[in-house]
Write a protein that binds this ligand. Structure first.
Ligand code: PNS
Length: 176
């Protein structure tokens, strides 16, 4: 190891949208590594709520002024992307045992593909152990409160995607 060298980590995912659970993992990553690049997978097969550009903008706003956090997109193999940007570590969050099998498979496959890149798992605060982007979207769409689950920029952008249903009085007026 080269003393004084900066350790760059990549934190890959879909981030559709980023949640406070992701932010928690990124904060933990920053306490160990010099720089964390949040890498959004460009996946043509998935039908995301937010476009790749929107997700990138959201994350940039959430980390405005934080020079140790970078935001980027990638396609193809994660290990190739990591090597290209000079990252030697892949950070992944582990919320529960149910995450483990998938994460274990990915980590070992990535190690097989490129043994120079190490995967590091971090556990979020317990209050985020049930949190996922999918549930945030579902709860918001059904009128639930996501205030404590996502950064303010995400709540605002969710409101843009799912405008609030009209109030009952407004609905009555529209019918007449
Ligand atoms: O947030 P997600 O959707 O669980 O993230 C999954 C992600 C982006 C980490 C994973 O799909 C990925 O790394 N895709 C890149 C393709 C790749 O490298 N595949 C081979 C290694 S498993």
């Amino acid at each position: 190891m080269n003393p004084g060298a900066r350790t760059m980590a990549v934190y890959p995912g879909s981030f559709d949208p980023i949640t406070n659970g992701h932010l928690d993992i990124i904060a933990r990553g920053l306490s160990v590594f010099d720089e964390v690049t949040i890498a959004i997978l460009v996946n043509a097969e998935k039908q995301p709520l937010f476009t790749t550009e929107e997700r990138q903008d959201i994350i940039r706003e959430a980390y405005a002024g934080e020079s140790r956090v970078k935001v980027d997109t990638f396609s193809g193999l994660l290990v190739d992307y990591a090597e290209k940007i000079g990252a030697t570590v892949i950070v992944r969050g582990l919320r529960a045992i149910s995450d483990f099998e998938y994460e274990f498979q990915m980590a070992l496959m990535n190690r097989h593909l490129n043994p120079r890149i190490e995967t590091v798992f971090m556990m979020p605060a317990e209050r985020y152990s049930y949190l996922s982007s999918r549930l945030v979207k579902e709860v918001f769409q059904l009128g639930g409160d996501v205030h404590e689950l996502v950064p303010p920029v995400v709540e605002r952008r969710l409101r843009g995607k799912y405008p609030a249903p009209p109030a009952p009085a407004e609905r009555r007026r529209r019918r007449t």
